[in-house]
Write a protein that binds this ligand. Structure first.
Ligand code: MSK
Length: 634
């Protein structure tokens, strides 16, 4: 690995590194996403516009000027709206099932088990929030009851999600009046699929309303469960230094890349990679030791809790194998290319799948259960270590790109950082008032939440990086998660040196609080942290305001997944206008677009904007922030 860390890495340098890896791909006859994206172009226009319907076997039906309705009579808005709702439900189901799995893990936590309670204080706070007795009780009894109550949120017959109460009252009322308060999480996903069945809803308004509600069941339900209970189990993130980009892979060590989302697996792999027995075995195999690094959201999870380096984001997943130095890529769920199977066969790399939810051809499947987590993780680490001797040294090329990054800004950590500067500590939870003051005085103009994937449809990472640079130069602080966070990390924007790219106001805040101008808040499920942050910010304002009044916007400039669409729905529902840089397959339904991009404003005080030009998008985001400031008289 390069001993040198780069302060900043340009996109051109990253692209040159990728091109060099693609030469290796060609040499070994490997298929890559760059080639497959070309093979898939041009894309189907009907699919792109969302006007293809295949929810029954009378079709498939496609909307054209000659055929403006499907065989059942459904028009283009009905088809687009149903497709949009199905897309959302897919994302809500995925995040929420992740949250459920974490709740199960918490239920199995034991003092002497593989999984333990790490943040007992946070556990007690959640228990109190949920009216669960904590006084005089064993911490594991509390944990098991919290887990059980959390699991019931998925199927309870009555009532709405418990976490909604974290929002300002005025926001809760808006949700109630708009009829988008999520009930049981599974019910919202299930009802979405019922509504999109042949012969059910085809009215744009109803389909959009349920999309918001299903999204809410994710952001204020399943995702929040995933985040909060992960913190209880593995620790609430606090600022920690790490490194990013492909240069974090080590030429003379066993490299294990963890990829996916659920920290239950990666936590165990990280633990056993430090096991003296495994380290000794690695040395026996001729390596200097074991290096674990991450890709995608798993990278975020282990970076913010253990400082594990981040090799890259979604579209870097093939690159780690192409270095020829990856002994094992170990995956759990979500955002994993099936291509890793055939690709790993061109190298010595072991592609290890672990979840019944994400089974793929050409992988070695080691089913991972919370009950046998330790034993399985040890087996995986041992497989990787023994594989070091099979490495073909002639194929090894690790790009010498590596940045510094400070990660792990949970809401609790942000409050603690502010507290350190102002001594404004009011109780164990802290306050965001110093941040409110900075925004009110204009030292900070506002904030943008940048989230989501990268995507071959656009120049990967370009929008994430360029938008962040422009925003911080204009005194707008960025909070980031998921692959957007890693785009920032790869380029150096999560380092404290990035303050030198800021406007005067933000630079001063960074120096005073000792933070980078782009704050890493975690993985995709951790966008729920951003919801708590804006809720607390609105409550900590001089007098409580609604979230939609805050000079804050959301942005997913390169997203690709169903989860991202679900996220968009809950971020907008929370009152944050959200900018998308990729069309969500709605162009063919002007009625649906009218609702999403304009009329939902009446329900939730926010809307979507789709803008493919990044300069225009950036200007428009700053315009919205300034409009909000004007309305607040600041
Ligand atoms: S991993 S959903 S590619 S952000 Fe959460 Fe990245 Fe998007 Fe997956």
């Amino acid at each position: 690995m390069s001993e040198i860390t780069n302060t900043f890495i340009t996109l051109e340098e990253m692209e040159a590194a990728t091109n060099r890896l693609l030469e290796t791909a060609q040499k070994v006859g490997a298929d890559t996403w760059q080639q497959r994206a070309k093979n898939q172009t041009p894309h189907c226009k009907f699919g792109e516009e969302g006007i293809c319907c295949r929810i029954c076997t009378m079709g498939p039906c496609r909307i054209t000027p000659k055929a403006p309705r499907g065989i059942c009579g459904c028009d283009r808005d009905g088809i687009v709206g149903r497709n949009y709702l199905k897309f959302t439900a897919g994302g809500a189901a995925t995040h929420s099932d992740h949250g459920r799995s974490i709740a199960h893990t918490l239920y199995l936590a034991r003092e002497d088990g593989d999984y333990k309670v790490t943040d007992a204080e946070k556990l007690k706070r959640i228990a109190k929030e949920w009216d669960i007795e904590t006084e005089g009780r064993d911490i594991y009894d509390i944990a098991h009851e919290v887990a059980e109550v959390g699991l019931l949120e998925y199927g309870k017959p009555f009532g709405v999600q418990r976490f909604l109460k974290r929002a300002p009252e005025v926001r809760q009322k808006k949700w109630h009046d708009a009829e988008i308060e999520p009930r049981a999480i599974d019910r919202e996903v299930s009802q979405s699929l019922h509504m999109t069945h042949m012969g059910c809803s085809s009215k744009a308004e109803a389909l959009v309303r349920q999309s918001l509600r299903a999204g809410m069941s994710d952001g204020w339900g399943g995702s929040m469960m995933g985040t909060e209970l992960s913190d209880v189990l593995f620790g609430t993130p606090k600022p920690v230094d790490t490194n990013a980009n492909l240069g974090v892979m080590e030429e003379d060590m066993v490299n294990i890349v963890v990829h996916g989302h659920d920290p239950s697996l990666s936590e165990m792999v990280v633990f056993y990679a430090q096991d003296p027995e495994m380290v000794a075995l690695a040395k026996e195999m001729g390596a200097k030791g074991i290096n674990v690094c991450g890709v995608c959201c798993t990278a975020n999870e282990v970076a913010m809790r253990h400082g594990i380096p981040m090799a890259g984001n979604f579209l870097s997943q093939e690159n780690v194998v192409l270095t020829g130095a990856c002994e094992a890529i170990v995956v759990d769920v979500q955002c994993i290319f099936p291509a890793l199977g055939p690709l790993s066969k061109c190298f010595h790399t072991k592609f290890i799948t672990t979840s019944p939810i994400a089974q793929m051809p050409d992988s070695e499947y080691i089913e991972f259960h919370e009950e046998n987590a330790g034993a399985n993780a040890k087996k995986i680490v041992e497989m990787a270590v023994r594989n070091f001797q099979n490495r073909n040294k002639e194929l090894v090329h690790i790009p010498q790109l590596k940045t510094n990054a400070t990660v792990g800004y949970s809401v609790e950590a942000i409050k603690k950082c502010l507290d350190g500067v102002t001594n404004s500590h009011v109780d164990e939870i802290g306050t965001l008032k110093p941040l409110v003051d900075a925004v009110r005085s204009g030292v900070l103009r506002g904030a943008v939440a940048l989230v989501g994937c990268n995507n071959p449809r656009v120049r990967p990472d370009y929008s994430h990086i360029e938008l962040m640079k422009k925003l911080i130069a204009n005194d707008i602080i960025c909070v980031v998660s998921g692959c957007s966070a890693q785009a920032a990390a790869k380029s150096g924007l999560l380092s404290k040196e990035a303050k030198n790219l800021c406007g005067e106001g933000l630079k001063r805040v960074c120096e005073l609080v000792d933070i980078p101008p782009v704050l890493h808040m975690g993985s995709c499920v951790d966008i729920s942290r951003m919801m708590v942050l804006v809720a607390d910010l609105a409550k900590d304002w001089t007098e409580e305001i609604d979230i939609s009044d805050l000079p804050v916007v959301g942005c997913a400039p390169e997203y690709m997944s169903e989860k991202a669409v679900s996220i968009g729905n809950y971020v907008v529902s929370t009152g944050i206008t959200t900018f998308l840089g990729v069309n969500p397959y709605t162009k063919g339904g002007p009625g649906v677009e009218q609702w999403l991009q304009h009329d939902v404003e009446d329900w939730v005080g926010a809307h979507f904007e789709v803008e493919l030009d990044m300069d225009k998008m950036c200007n428009r985001m700053m315009e919205v922030i300034e409009e909000k400031r004007t309305k607040l008289n600041i």
